[in-house]
Each structure stands twice: as structure tokens, then as C-alpha cells.
Design a protein around this ligand. Structure first.
Ligand code: ATP
Ligand code: MG
Ligand code: MG
Length: 377
């Protein structure tokens, strides 16, 4: 089977790495260079998008900011999963909020902004501080503002206005700043028959808006049940096929959705060794029409993102239970270059292994490992 992935980054690459044993062959379409390439070797194929669609049995995406004309072509082919609506809901926060409200899934209170008076309304209705996000762009915390006091409002409005004026379809969302106890996410897969399998909820730490550390196997049954309930509602509302991720804020034992990602997700990378069938394989299986694999936890696991660096000390890879995954990208400050997965037989042992790793990885570049290790032990 031939599968085309929209986007040629690390997520397409990791899909390709697990698709080969299934005898599924993946090509990636880079929407920026408009080239079709092999997501692992980078080899270029003499194909344009139309030819690549034609030559593929199935099409999927590794990101949600896919240009509208590309989405339309893929949708028309009848081979595209999870399909245009799901990708659009993930790529536009206004559509995403409408989906969540319609599905009865609680999320952070919000006001949509296209004019100045909406910002004033947000300040009076939601109160300060506010998290303000562009609806149609943004990832890794980019395209966001924090409004903490009213004297910042004029300056922030000028920047918001510049974004709104760029394109008539642009909008901005103001959200109440949620005083969360922690951030968690749920990753799961749904097949074309509506069967759903969900991984154990993952606890996530962000630094400057970017995921730095995920840990799986530490969330209680009540939180898992809330996450699965939200997952089922959202996946059903989208008639979803593939892997879908939902990010939450946990506040006093209750989950509020932060956002959805209609794709495999950074907070699910630990499944490459902590679960029987990883998120990449389950996505490929669902899109290909194959049965889903087990999402059960095999071992408590953690994932550490490698940001802005193209090497790690050898001792890291020598630590028991550790594997590294590199994306083959050119180094840029803060760029996601790879990740480290670590698994253990118990949470205590995971804590010990994180302590061992922490001795070789600086707190500045790899924040949170030390505190997490202490908490687990
Ligand atoms: P990505 O898609 O890479 O996960 P993003 O750019 O879509 O990131 P969000 O997930 O919306 O950004 O926000 C990034 C981080 O900012 C969140 O993980 C959370 O730590 C913080 N944040 C976002 N919205 C809120 C909110 N309403 N209240 C409190 N914190 C928030
Ligand atoms: Mg996002
Ligand atoms: Mg996010």
C-alpha cells in the first residue's frame, strides 16, 4: 500500500519507520517546497501533488496548518483520513471551540476577537490575566500574548490588529488564564468502524510554551476516565479515523480541554517503547484500514525533548531503558531536534533512571527532570 503524508517533518518520518514492516510505503508532501519526498532519506520524487494523490491508496497529515487548496484536493480524492473537517478544527481555534462546545466537552472559557470592543468584552467577562492566541496560526506557543494588566492592553491590541488586518479570515481568541495544577494529554486511535483505543493519559511539562517532558503511567483512574470520555465525544463528533490527541488542563481534579491535535502528537512519543503498539503505527493502521494495536502500557515511561542541540552525551544512551530518536534536521535555537525515551519496570525505577539522566543533561537545557525524578522516588 502507498500512503501519502501531508508534511515532511519528524512525525511523517516516524510514521514511515513503523509503516515499513506493515509493507506500507510512505511518501511525504512538503507543503512549503511543494515537493514529494521520502520522509526518512529525503530522496525527492519526480511527482507533483496531483500525481502523488493519484498514486496513493491513502492520504493523511502530520500537521494541521495545511493550505486550503491542498486540503480540498485531498478531500476530493476520497482517500484522505482523518479528513478535511478534522484538520480544519485542529488548525483554527474558532472552529475547534465550536466543535468542543457542540460535543459538550468543557474547555477554557473564551471570547472570539475580530474587533477592539471584543477585547474589552473579554477583559470584563473573563477577567485578567488572559491568554490571547491567533486562531489560524501558531504552534509551540507561538502567536500568543499574555495580558496581565490593563495598561498592556493598548500595545497588545496593536499587535493583534496587525494580525487581523493581514487577512479577512483571521480571528483571535482570548482565553481565561487557567490556574492549572498540571497539564495532561490523551492520545488515542479510532478506526473506520468506530472502534477506539486510548493510551494511558500523559502528564506534560512545557517550558516557554514548548513541551519539554512527558511522563506516562502516573495518572489516576478518575482522570483517565474523564479524558477517555472527552476523547470519545470529540472523535465521534469528527467521525475521526486515525490518531487524535487532546491536551487538557487539570484543575482541582477536573479536566478542561486546552486544544486538540488531529494527528500523532509529541506527548505520545513515549509510546514508541512504553506501549505495545506506538501512536505512529496505530495511526498508520487506522488510516490503512487495518485493526488497531494494543494501547496498553507496557512500562512506565518518560519522554524528554531535545531542543536546539544535535548531540547528547553518550552516557545518556548507555543508561538502561533509554533510546534516542533523531529527526535529521539542521540545528536552530530551540528547534525540536529529537527526543529521548526512557522506560523502567516501576515508577520508582523510572525516577532512578531520570536521576541518572539528569546527571548528564543540564537543568537549563532539559528542565524539570530533576524535580520529576525526586517526585517518583
Ligand atoms: P502546541 O500546538 O505546540 O501544543 P500551541 O502553540 O498550540 O502549542 P497551546 O497549547 O494553546 O499552544 O499553549 C501553549 C501552552 O501555553 C500550554 O501548553 C499551556 O502551558 C499554556 N496555556 C495556553 N493556554 C492557556 C490558558 N488558557 N491558561 C493557562 N495556560 C495556558
Ligand atoms: Mg496547538
Ligand atoms: Mg498545545
Amino acid at each position: 500500500m502507498q500512503m501519502l503524508v501531508l508534511g515532511a517533518g519528524q512525525l511523517a518520518r516516524m510514521m514511515a519507520l513503523v509503516a515499513t514492516p506493515l509493507d506500507i510505503h510512505i511518501r511525504a508532501y512538503d507543503v512549503n517546497s511543494e515537493q514529494v519526498l521520502h520522509p526518512v532519506t529525503g530522496e525527492r520524487y519526480e511527482q507533483n501533488l496531483t500525481q502523488a494523490i493519484e498514486a496513493s491508496d491513502r492520504i493523511t497529515a502530520e500537521f494541521e496548518h495545511v493550505p486550503a487548496d491542498v486540503l480540498a484536493l485531498c478531500e476530493q480524492s476520497g482517500k484522505f483520513f482523518p479528513g478535511r473537517k478534522a484538520i480544519e478544527c485542529g488548525g483554527d481555534r474558532a472552529k475547534e471551540k465550536a466543535l468542543l462546545d457542540g460535543a459538550g466537552v468543557p474547555s477554557a472559557p473564551y471570547v472570539l476577537v475580530t474587533e477592539h470592543r471584543h477585547l474589552e468584552q473579554a477583559i470584563s467577562d473573563l477577567g485578567l490575566p488572559l491568554v490571547i492566541k491567533t486562531c489560524q496560526a501558531g504552534y509551540d506557543g507561538k502567536g500568543q500574548w499574555r495580558l496581565k494588566s490593563t495598561d498592556q492592553a493598548d500595545d497588545i491590541w496593536q499587535e493583534m490588529k496587525a494580525f487581523l488586518d493581514k487577512d479577512a479570515t483571521h480571528s483571535i481568541i482570548c482565553e481565561k488564564m487557567i490556574p492549572f495544577d498540571r497539564e495532561v494529554s490523551v492520545i488515542g486511535a479510532r478506526d473506520a468502524q468506530g472502534n477506539v483505543k486510548v493510551y494511558p493519559v500523559t502528564e506534560n511539562e512545557h517550558t516557554n510554551g514548548v513541551l519539554t517532558l512527558s511522563v506516562a503511567g502516573i495518572v489516576n483512574k478518575n482522570i483517565q476516565a474523564q479524558a477517555v470520555d472527552a476523547y470519545n465525544k470529540v472523535a465521534k463528533a469528527l467521525d475521526y479515523v486515525g490518531v487524535l490527541a487532546i491536551e487538557f488542563f487539570e484543575v482541582e481534579g477536573e479536566l478542561l480541554v486546552n486544544e486538540i491535535a488531529p494527528r500523532v502528537h509529541n506527548s505520545g512519543h513515549w509510546t514508541q517503547q512504553g506501549a505495545f503498539c506506538c501512536q505512529f503505527e496505530n495511526h498508520v493502521r487506522a488510516v490503512a484500514g487495518l485493526p488497531l494495536g494494543s494501547t496498553d502500557l507496557m512500562q512506565p515511561s518518560a519522554m524528554i525533548n531535545v531542543l536546539g542541540q544535535d548531540a547528547i552525551p553518550q552516557q545518556v544512551l548507555a543508561t538502561p531503558g533509554v533510546r534516542s530518536h533523531w529527526y535529521g534536521k539542521t540545528v536552530k535555537p530551540g528547534r525540536k531536534m529529537g527526543h529521548i525515551n526512557v522506560s523502567a519496570n516501576s515508577l520508582y525505577e523510572l525516577g532512578e533512571r531520570l536521576s541518572e539522566l539528569q546527571a548528564h543533561l543540564s537543568e537549563q537545557d532539559y528542565p524539570g527532570i530533576k524535580a520529576r525524578a525526586q517526585q517518583l522516588k
